[in-house]
Design a protein around this ligand. Structure first.
Ligand code: SAM
Length: 226
């Protein structure tokens, strides 16, 4: 698939173009085995890449966002965008932008928008997922909660992709990096490489045993791990 960079460039978002290609290629590989899911739809940039891969595999992308913006996207914060603020409702509303993106990229029959908190969507979830992309809230609590809610639904051999991984604290917030490290320490995933700040992990297949059960159970709480 060749993407129209100029068209995608008009979609608000934070995904770098090289990261986007990795996301697309990973979803294309993963999606042969079932649906993909992302936490953090925002205005739909990542959904264009994931959704296009899902379309090619004739599967679906579940895209979760309460569409009220993360902490850092609120009024007065670093990533606040006044165009996304609904004056009447007095809050951020990215859903109308997200819908427009799906329409513009002919993805309305591929992407299933889920408009609520990630934890609520996860509450009774039971569909195995071939790929989970975590790009929601970037506080430790939010990022770890997303991992905790969704990593267990990734099928063996499926992928966990995490955005905004900054090993150097001077370059960015540490929560996604810590979640990435935590996933690795679980013994359930192997690293498949980094593209800029995008980390790809593959869940081990059933016959790929972790080194030891002790290793897997070593870090039974994220706070212990830190
Ligand atoms: C960094 S943006 C996502 C960017 C998007 N993936 C892209 O490529 O443009 C993070 C999004 O996560 C959403 N979000 C934050 N915490 C959330 C939560 N607990 N449940 C659902 N969505 C959440 C915010 O509303 C925001 O739109």
């Amino acid at each position: 698939m060749i993407f129209d960079d100029a068209k995608i460039g008009r979609v608000k978002g934070f995904l770098d173009s090289e990261e986007a290609v990795t996301l697309y290629e990973t979803a294309l590989e993963a999606g042969k085995k079932g649906p993909c899911l992302e936490v953090g739809s925002y205005c739909g940039k990542s959904a264009v890449y994931l959704g296009t891969a899902c379309k090619e595999n004739d599967t679906v992308l579940f895209s979760i966002d309460h569409h009220r913006g993360s902490e850092e996207q609120q009024k007065g914060e670093q990533y606040f965008d006044p165009e996304l603020y609904d004056d009447r409702e007095q809050c951020v509303d990215t859903f109308r932008f997200f819908r427009k993106t799906l329409t513009n990229f002919e993805l309305t029959d591929v992407v299933v928008p889920i408009v609520c908190k990630s934890s609520l969507a996860a509450k009774t979830w039971s569909t195995p997922l071939s790929l989970v992309f975590i790009d929601g809230g970037h506080s430790f609590e939010a990022a770890f909660n997303d991992y905790n809610c969704w990593a267990r639904h990734i099928r063996p051999g499926g992928y966990l992709v995490i955005h905004d991984i900054f090993p150097n604290p001077e370059e960015g917030g540490q929560a996604p990096y810590q979640v990435y490290q935590y996933a690795l320490a679980s013994g359930l995933f192997k690293p498949m490489g980094m593209t800029k700040t995008l980390g790809v992990l593959k869940k081990l297949a059933c016959d790929e045993m972790p080194v030891s059960i002790e290793e897997t159970c070593l870090h039974n709480s994220p706070r212990d791990f830190l």
